[in-house]
Ligand binder design. Structure first.
Ligand code: ARG
Length: 465
């Protein structure tokens, strides 16, 4: 390496030998941070415009810089940009290229700025756009759930606790339970966006800069809500990424639980729903198989997203102020989290509207599991029996049902009266599945009437986003 080659590095001035080849690869981030190019260019354009406004760059210089940066953007988009590991990261690659294109003026772009505030700005801009993409996909999934809930507001299936048949519920009610979880996730994401949307630009390396910069102006140009308050915090804070990652872990946890149900519901033993073939795959050895790979993979991918949350928390826990190179390790977990949840949300948003329910099977399962036992107990309470005694009476009749292989609604009036002479002909109304769900007719209850109203409220909330 010639004497000059080590000064290729924008920081090479004080160095007397070239970087070790391994160290160069080890410390570089260009392999993964090149995806920030678009936001890096936008950040630089705003910075240059501000430098022009305060008189640090002339109008002509700003013009050259902005044309040069736009040309670089097109080059990257065409796939022609020669990313170089020697230039370490996306920021130095673009800046070096700018200088190559427009000459000495390119070297003025970095006035009053550091890569420390630059990278913090880029990630926030990038994440903000992805939050907006994810918000849309989350809304599309929720719309699918609400539509499915309306469509299946009267379809009955067994509800479970401990995965044991508990009480009959409606399929629509079950879908709206998932929608509530996603509604909270959406709220968390919007809340996180507020803290992402603060501009660190101008914090420079850590202490601010000696130029009379206008931080409110760059914040406004970039669509940030405000400039950040403290320069040390601005370059070292990654809370926003952790917060996003926590949101992602929760949404994945919800999708993972949902996946578990879909996997159970598609198996021969439950056989409650059918997923269209296009969302499933087969087995190379067992010809009969149709596997619910999409929900299974979503469930599996929850592991990596949760892992990224722990990576980011651990990354930050020992760092003194302000910027440390450790922070370069924020990108891969964050990017992979974004990619993974976008794919998982897309898979779900596409798949949910295509679910076909098998109402007869669900009904049969609800009928088989003594799911109206609580209704019988409530009936006895209405006849004047104390709930604990009613519970005991129904328990005995269930034991009899198990012995004789009869559901409560299959027993004759005489058989039921063996357990309590308060039981009369009208008992059969409460022992039906329809009677059971219709009776739970209050806000949050499973009655079809309530489900339809809840679906409408959910749709309204969604439309007002
Ligand atoms: N590639 C670096 C990162 O991702 C950019 C900031 C580097 N700053 C520095 N002082 N080395 O964090």
């Amino acid at each position: 390496m010639s004497d000059q080659e080590h000064t290729i590095k924008p920081w090479g001035g004080r160095f007397t030998e070239a970087t070790d080849a391994f160290v160069e690869r080890f410390t570089a981030s260009i392999q993964f941070d090149q995806r920030l190019y678009h936001h890096d260019i936008n950040g630089s354009l705003a910075h240059a415009k501000m430098l022009n406004k305060i008189g640090v760059l002339t109008g002509d210089e700003y013009q050259q810089i902005s044309e040069g940066l736009e040309a670089i953007r097109s080059e990257v988009e065409k796939g022609d940009f020669p990313w170089s590991i020697t230039l370490e990261d996306v920021h130095m690659n673009i800046e070096a290229k700018l200088t190559e294109r427009i000459g000495i003026t390119g070297k003025k772009l970095h006035t009053g700025r550091s890569r420390n505030d630059q990278v913090a700005t880029d990630i926030r801009l990038y994440l903000r756009d992805e939050i907006d993409n994810i918000s849309k996909e989350l809304s599309r999934l929720q719309q699918g759930l609400i539509d499915l809930a309306e469509r299946e507001a009267e379809t009955i299936l067994p509800g479970f606790t401990h995965l044991q048949t508990a009480q009959p519920i409606t399929f629509g009610h079950h879908m709206l339970a998932w929608n509530e979880m996603l509604e909270r996730d959406y709220g968390r994401l919007q809340d996180c966006r507020k803290r992402v949307n603060i501009s660190p630009l101008g914090a420079a390396a850590l202490a601010g800069t000696t130029y009379p910069i206008d931080r409110a102006y760059t914040a406004e140009l970039l669509g940030f809500d405000a400039p950040s308050e403290n320069s040390l915090d601005s370059v070292s804070d990654r809370d926003f990424a952790i917060e996003f990652s926590a949101f992602a872990s929760l949404v994945m946890t919800h999708l993972s639980r949902f996946s578990e149900e879909l996997v159970l519901w598609t198996c021969a033993q439950f056989n409650f729903i059918e997923l269209p073939d296009r969302f499933c795959t087969g087995s190379s050895i067992m010809p009969q198989k149709k596997n619910p790979d999409v929900p299974e993979l979503v469930r599996g991918k929850t592991g990596r997203v949760n892992g990224h949350l722990i990576s980011l928390l651990t990354l930050m826990k020992g760092q003194p102020l302000a910027y440390n190179k450790d922070n370069q390790e924020d990108k891969e977990p964050l990017f992979d989290t974004i990619d993974t949840i976008k794919d998982c949300l897309k898979a779900y948003a596409d798949m949910i509207p295509a679910i076909e329910t098998k109402a007869d099977n669900m009904r049969e399962a609800a009928r088989r599991g003594f799911s109206t036992a609580t209704d019988l107990a409530d009936y006895l309470v209405r006849k004047g029996i104390a709930f604990r005694d009613a519970h005991e009476i129904v328990g005995k009749s269930v034991a009899y049902g198990i012995e004789t292989n009869k559901d409560l609604s299959d027993m004759s009036l005489a058989e039921l009266q063996e357990f309590s002479n308060e039981i009369e002909q009208d008992v059969f109304e409460v022992l039906t599945l329809e009677g059971s769900v219709a009776a739970r007719n209050h806000i949050g209850g499973t009655a079809p009437e309530q489900v339809k109203a809840a679906a409408q409220r959910a749709a309204k909330r969604l439309q007002s986003r």
